[in-house]
Ligand binder design. Structure first.
Ligand code: HEC
Ligand code: HEC
Length: 389
């Protein structure tokens, strides 16, 4: 509560008490003159006024509520703005902290979450023969708690956390074959992910299709887990200032010439040649998209030699991408959903994805990072049409 509202309530409460106390004292002092028949002499419509003490039950309630007010005052941060935290406490993240409405909410969320994680461990993990994940999850939670409690976490802490996340990958694979886990995963997906990736996970312009075998950051369980835990930011700078509008048009023409859309256009071969030179300069496009232009999961740069487009593969859209750059943002989910839900989501996404590796096409060269992950190879024609253009 802000200082103003806290003071406002304090003032109102004291004013109210002073008023009631005043009336009480006034009534105690006031002794009416009584007539011989014991009444005050006032009568109205045949009703006569006596001077009798207040009924016991009424007094008990009256003084009881004053006592209740005092107890409340002591237990909760009611009075003295910002100075009195109250005796009441709640448990948040293993620590006993003073009661505030916010802390109470966190505490409730935690206990609800505990119900979820207990059920996750006892039912889902056990059923999927993945109970081995429990100890890793406990260690991961400890590391994450150390990270959130430290202002300056040691440099290797994040590396350790990423390592633990990677250790969960085999269990995610097991979960991806368990119908129960997938049912919960699909619900979590609809609640959290469908706004961007669509309820069928097939994506939209700027939001990747998760059901194919074309991945910006890799489609193995380990890659998907890392994407969900930490989030991703796709960074493709604007190129117009660097290579000029002519350079943009040339590079776009070259991209078209190597892409799956090449047969849809009559290409200007001079521009293609100029574009190729721009593309292959070591500090330009090859830096992120790779020498074979098939993308790299370490940079999140997409494969440009297929028919799958994140933003669009027509000439004008490619020019637009090069002129102004692109920066797709995948939010992080670790702090919002926690490790257990992320495992279920990763399992669900992995279960949807197309795991067929792709027969070598066009270029035989594959970047080292790509060949490390079986799922990152380019895709067979059948799945290509599924992507939004
Ligand atoms: C606010 C929109 C948004 C939401 C919500 C969102 N994503 Fe994403 N996601 C993106 C964007 C944008 C990218 C691509 C990032 C880039 O361009 O580099 C992405 C990328 C991904 C990738 C990597 C795909 C690849 O090709 O490597 C996965 C996996 C993924 N999201 C899964 C999920 C899951 C699961 C959820 C729900 C927990 C989710 N996303 C929620 C926007 C979103
Ligand atoms: C710093 C790394 C980097 C460099 C250098 C780079 N790109 Fe990209 N490029 C990316 C990333 C990352 C994306 C995906 C952006 C996103 O996810 O929002 C991308 C996206 C694209 C796309 C959109 C593909 C689609 O599916 O819609 C095209 C086309 C493209 N780049 C072409 C180029 C060309 C041509 C150059 C050289 C002039 C270049 N890029 C240089 C990282 C880079």
């Amino acid at each position: 509560m802000t200082f103003f509202w806290s003071s406002w309530i304090t003032l109102l409460s004291f004013a109210c008490w002073a008023f009631i106390l005043g009336i009480l004292l006034m009534v105690l002092k006031y002794k009416p003159k009584l007539e011989d028949d014991g009444t005050t002499g006032h009568a109205y419509d045949g009703i006569k006024e006596y001077d009798k003490p207040l009924p016991k039950w009424w007094l008990v309630i009256f003084f009881g509520s004053i006592a209740w007010g005092v107890v409340y005052w002591v237990f909760f941060p009611a009075m003295v703005p910002g100075k009195w935290e109250g005796l009441a406490t709640v448990e948040v993240d293993g620590e006993t902290v003073p009661w505030t409405s916010k802390n109470e909410l966190y505490s409730d969320l935690e206990s609800n979450n505990k119900v979820f994680t207990d059920n996750f461990e006892k039912n889902i993990l056990a059923q999927a023969d993945a109970s081995g994940a429990t100890s890793t999850l406990t260690e991961l939670a400890k590391l994450q708690s150390a990270r959130s409690h430290s202002e300056n976490p040691p440099a290797d802490l994040q590396t350790k956390i990423d390592g633990k996340v990677a250790e969960l990958a085999p269990y995610v694979e097991k979960l991806s074959e368990n119908p129960n886990a997938l049912k919960v995963g699909s619900r979590l997906f609809l609640q959290n992910c469908s706004v961007c990736h669509g309820s069928n996970a097939k994506g939209a312009v700027g939001y990747p299709n998760l059901t194919d075998n074309d991945w910006l950051y890799g489609g193995a369980p380990e890659n998907i887990l890392t994407t969900l835990h930490n989030g991703r930011v796709g960074g493709m700078a604007a190129w117009r200032d660097q290579i000029g509008e002519d350079g943009v048009r040339a590079a776009a023409e070259y991209v078209l010439s190597i892409s799956g859309n090449q047969q849809d256009y009559e290409l200007d071969q001079t521009m293609v040649a100029q574009g190729k030179a721009i593309f292959n300069q070591p500090t330009n496009c090859v830096l992120c998209h790779g020498n074979d232009a098939k993308g790299m999961i370490s940079t999140g740069a997409p494969n440009l030699t297929d028919k799958i487009w994140l933003y669009g593969g027509d000439r004008e859209t490619i020019r637009e991408t090069l002129r102004y750059g692109r920066a797709g943002v995948m939010p992080e989910w670790q702090t919002k959903l926690g490790n257990e839900r992320i495992m279920l989501l990763a399992a669900y996404v992995y279960s949807l994805s197309d795991k067929t590796a792709q027969p070598a096409v066009a270029s035989t060269a594959t970047s080292a990072t790509q060949s490390a992950v079986a799922n990152t190879a380019a895709q067979p024609a059948a799945t290509e049409t599924a992507t939004a253009n």
